[in-house]
Design a protein around this ligand. Structure first.
Ligand SMILES: Cc1cc2nc3c(=O)[nH]c(=O)nc-3n(C[C@H](O)[C@H](O)[C@H](O)COP(=O)(O)OP(=O)(O)OC[C@H]3O[C@@H](n4cnc5c(N)ncnc54)[C@H](O)[C@@H]3O)c2cc1C
Length: 326
């Protein structure tokens, strides 16, 4: 696992100081949760292993006032803005989090880092994000984040007027065809071996999308061109490819802490980022409210969730403080 360079942010200084909140994750969700806590004078330690979901992306989009900004630049400036507050940013990988409490004592959370450091906090915010498993077609990895993407809102405009393919035949891929119909010059549904029923075929035709059911053997890149090599020898040059990755949790803490997971595999949270375990909050791609069928991953969504988790944690800590003073 790679670690952030000094230019990308955190310091290596260890700490044993007790803290109000341990924030695990230094993407938009964790950074915003830390800012919200710092602003209300709650101490926080943020641990960041330096592996970000949008790492392959050179420029992020659909983020108002930051449209087209490199994600690393965004994170660096977020860390600068944490500097005035009681927020310590540490480079490192948390490997274990456990709730601990002695007899008659309130619950504390102890985190162990890969290098043996331990941190103890009153509460914990999980902001460790998701990872993407791509369809297993050779060459797709090299296109991911530039010529291959999952979200037309984030990457569709960059392929304007070009020949765009949608890989797979899942319902969300049909949705992507509908969205890209307004943007692409030409559209092809690469079903990768799946047959298309009559109704879907009619919808695709109405959306102006061609259908290719021949499996894709591999993808390659030629400059700004993505090349689909089909099993029958045909080659299709593309401006971009949309696909549906499978999500998985990037860290084991939901499992370690026993928080409730939704059918999507994400952590269930309430409107204030509270999980089913008191003292444990979650924000960003790894969590969503039950009203949504799946995570709605975006930078702004993660920022908003981070702010709500920070506010929820602050409210609960305040309640505990008030109860303690009677
Ligand atoms: C290819 C691609 C392109 C995208 N483009 C856009 C776009 O243009 N616009 C947009 O709005 N959204 C985009 N997204 C979505 C966006 O990147 C995510 O929604 C957003 O990054 C989620 O933020 P997060 O804080 O939840 O998680 P992440 O940004 O993934 O951050 C997770 C953090 O947790 C840390 N972490 C994980 N495990 C540990 C551990 N064990 N110990 C310590 N730290 C740990 C990581 O190091 C990282 O700091 C894109 C996603 C992908 C995959």
């Amino acid at each position: 696992m790679s670690h952030p360079t000094p230019a990308d942010g955190p310091t290596d200084a260890p700490t044993d100081a007790p803290t109000d909140a341990l924030v695990i994750g230094g993407g938009p969700a964790g950074l915003q949760a830390a800012l919200t806590l710092g602003r209300i004078h709650r101490s926080a330690v943020l641990v960041d292993s330096g592996v970000y979901r949008n790492a392959p992306v050179t420029h992020m989009h659909n983020v108002l006032t930051h449209d087209g900004r490199p994600p690393a630049d965004f994170r660096a400036s977020a860390r600068e803005q944490l500097a005035p507050y009681d927020v310590e940013v540490l480079a490192g990988e948390v490997v274990r989090v456990a709730a601990t409490h002695g007899p008659g004592e309130p619950t504390r959370f102890e985190a162990t880092l890969g290098d043996g450091r331990t941190l103890v906090a009153r509460r914990v915010v999980l902001a460790t994000g998701l990872r993407d498993d791509l369809p297993s077609v050779p060459g797709l990895d090299e296109l991911w984040g530039t010529l291959a993407a999952q979200c037309p809102f984030c990457h569709g405009h960059e392929f304007s007027g070009g020949h765009v393919a949608v890989l797979g035949a899942q319902p969300q891929m049909m949705h992507a065809v509908g969205l890209m119909n307004r943007i692409a010059g030409r559209l092809t549904a690469l079903t990768h071996g799946a047959e298309v029923d009559e109704a879907t075929g009619a919808t695709l035709a109405a959306l102006g999308a061609g259908v290719v059911t021949t499996p894709v053997e591999r993808f390659s890149r030629d400059g700004d061109v993505a090349r689909a090599h089909l099993a029958d020898g045909m080659v299709i040059d593309l401006a971009g490819v949309f696909l549906a990755p499978t999500y998985r949790q990037s860290a084991p803490f939901a499992e370690q802490l026993g928080v409730h997971l939704l059918e999507s595999g994400c952590v269930e949270i309430d409107d204030f980022g509270r999980t089913s375990v008191p003292g444990v909050y979650a924000a960003g791609d790894l969590a969503h409210r039950p009203a949504f069928p799946m995570p709605m991953p975006s930078v702004i969504g993660a920022l908003a969730a981070g702010q709500m988790a920070g506010s929820g944690l602050s409210a609960d800590a305040l309640g505990e403080d008030m109860a303690a003073v009677g």
